[in-house]
Ligand binder design. Structure first.
Ligand code: FHN
Length: 600
């Protein structure tokens, strides 16, 4: 479990010189600025690609989340560890692994249809089984299974043929089938392990095989590093680089090295991030196949997630878990194809873009190309008037991405108002383009967040807060199922009336609004009083218990309506939240929601 956590935080990067962005980007471990300072000469394709396919496939896929009549939930590829399956018994699974339904052409075609630009597949996961023909061990798909073929050869060739960059996932430290590999403490004595021997005898020779026998690779995706110092990791990286200088290494090679940054599993940064990076999500709750895991993200969720990641400047690598027969789950296939249809029409607003210059708005997010902003509209304002705050550049034109129909634009102060045409409001993401000259304005989280009665809800996220005293804006990590990580950025540390968080909003439509605080609050923090100031008007509230904060359990957020407030005039207002008295941390505040109170 600890190992999953660690892998989730082998991170780093340069953060944009944004107002207060560092508040939101307090990461456990930073990617080394020495490596991020000079980019890999072949990083260009990666930065432009935006959409990758991750594939977790191994013996665990055959077990499908079940061992000895017991069902396991969460990371299916961890079943050997979760059920503490002895090496001897786990090895026997190989004799039953015969993925005759695997078809490399079909997988590559699916990736192509989905608009995928790169693919990373598990060559060896923590279980220690090699999904390729390895001379280093007999515990591999050719020697130990009735299948007897190397699926990676075919997959590498089929992907390349379709113009998809091909790469391998390789668990370089954890290997639960080897006495000297990391993290199997149920069969092997941790104290007796010699990790260097493991690297020398298995990991390095296998990586050499992968980098020699499968043509030019786009990526080696390392994971959960351990057992090596910074210097040893440098030597390891440099040694492998000689084999394929063009191949990129993920930051989870460890010790701050690697060619691009990987965020934690299922983690999406809240503000733009400079340099090449990737968000990693799985399509359902597990990475490896589990037959009872049916929680698949819909095409709408995938399309919005992809736009959201691109709006912060990164790539989305979405995982699918094929089963033990070699079939990609039906829903993954279906929903990936739907995503591909959207990308076929709207790809210009995703591929080759950089982070959006307009911070996240109630209507959606933005991405950029030189002189262009792509507006990804998830929620159409009821009156069709889309507001962009803080837009100082001169507009040349505005139009729909599909059909290139002109959209009327007006300037009001430094706000831009687009008069959107009618469109299907259930659509995942309708894209508009603004062409402009000059500078928009610095990406600025202090620009007041527009609040109107054009949306059912107006959300002001913690990241827009300005904190005082001991209050901090922090990313929090917790999990649902085993290894099913979730992240939320919250204002934390408010224990005293001097610890406060304030937010500026711009009321577009005067009227009454419900003010809702969305927070997590453990038992010890419950029943404490807090105050929310709207300019000078005080609203008192008492905290409600939601859940304790424990990394291996869900963090439950409650939506607590604390007030009805009349905003008599349009314009800027400040919302300030603080404890009324000194005490325990008031709560972990995720969002302030303003819900228009409609007369009808
Ligand atoms: O432990 C692994 C996990 O099984 C999965 O492979 C993920 C994917 O990013 N990586 C590790 C945890 O971060």
């Amino acid at each position: 479990m600890k190992a999953i956590l660690k892998g989730g935080f082998i991170l780093a990067l340069l953060v944009l010189d944004l107002n207060r962005s560092m508040q939101a980007q307090t990461m456990d471990e930073m990617w080394d600025s020495r490596s991020s300072g000079k980019e890999h000469p072949n990083i260009g394709w990666f930065k432009d690609a935006k959409f990758g396919l991750f594939i977790h496939w191994g013996l665990y896929s055959k077990l499908a989340g079940e061992w000895k009549d017991k069902n396991y939930y969460g990371s299916g590829e961890w079943i050997m560890n979760q059920a503490k399956i002895p090496v001897k018994e786990y090895r026997e699974v190989a004799a039953t692994f015969n993925p005759v339904a695997f078809n490399a052409e079909d997988w590559a075609q699916l990736a192509k249809d989905a608009g995928i630009r790169y693919m990373v597949v598990t060559a060896k996961h923590h279980e220690g089984f090699s999904m390729f023909d390895s001379k280093v061990t007999d515990f591999d798909i050719v020697d130990a299974t009735p299948y007897k073929k190397d699926p990676m050869k075919a997959l590498a060739a089929a992907s390349r043929k379709k113009g998809i960059q091909f790469g391998f996932y390789y668990s370089q430290f954890q290997d639960w089938n080897e006495p000297n590999g990391g993290k199997n403490s149920w069969d092997f004595d941790e104290k007796k392990k010699n990790y260097q021997l493991y690297y020398d005898q298995k990991a390095i020779p296998q990586l050499k095989e992968l980098m020699t026998n499968y043509g030019p690779l786009g990526i080696i995706w390392f994971d959960t590093p351990g057992g090596m110092t910074r210097q040893q990791t440098e030597e390891f990286v440099n040694g492998l680089r000689r084999l394929q200088p063009n191949c990129l290494f993920s930051s989870r090679v460890g010790q701050g090295l690697g060619d691009y940054r990987d965020f934690g599993d299922s983690e999406l940064p809240t503000t733009p991030i400079m340099g090449p990076w990737e968000s990693i999500y799985t399509h359902n709750d597990s990475w490896g196949y589990i037959k009872h895991d049916m929680n698949f993200k819909s095409p709408l969720e995938i399309i919005r997630l992809l736009a959201n990641v691109a709006s912060k400047g990164g790539n989305l690598m979405l995982n699918v878990g094929p089963d033990g027969n070699g079939r990609i789950p039906e829903y993954s296939e279906k929903y990936l194809k739907e995503t591909g249809k959207w990308l076929a029409r709207n790809g210009e607003s995703i591929y080759g873009t950089t982070y959006g210059l307009i911070p996240q708005q109630p209507w959606g997010v933005s991405t950029s190309k030189p002189g262009k902003q792509y507006l990804h509209v998830f929620n159409r304002p009821h009156n069709g008037k889309l507001i962009i705050p803080g837009f100082e550049a001169a507009v040349r034109s505005a139009y729909t991405l599909q059909g290139r129909k002109v959209v009327p634009v007006k300037k009001k102060g430094n706000q831009l108002i687009l008069d959107l045409p009618a469109f299907d409001q259930t659509a995942a993401n309708t894209v508009f383009v603004i062409e402009y000259t000059g500078k928009i304005a610095p990406y600025d989280l202090t620009t007041p967040v527009p609040v109107s009665n054009q949306f059912a809800m107006n959300s002001v996220d913690a990241v827009y807060g300005k904190v005082q005293g001991s209050a901090e804006i922090k990313p929090l990590t917790y999990s649902h199922y085993y290894g099913d990580w979730k992240h939320a950025t919250c204002v934390t540390g408010m224990k005293d009336p001097t610890d406060a968080a304030s937010f500026t909003i711009n009321i577009q439509d005067p009227g009454d609004y419900h003010i809702i605080l969305e927070y997590a609050c453990p038992q010890e923090s419950a029943k404490q009083e807090g105050v929310l100031l709207v300019n000078d008007t005080r609203f008192l509230f008492r905290t409600l218990r939601s859940s304790e904060f424990d990394k291996s359990a869900p963090l439950m957020f409650i939506k607590h309506t604390i007030a009805t407030s009349s905003f008599a005039k349009a314009g800027t207002y400040t919302l300030e939240c603080r404890p009324l008295n000194k005490g325990k941390e008031l709560f972990k505040l995720k969002t302030i929601v303003l819900e228009p109170v409609n007369a009808n």
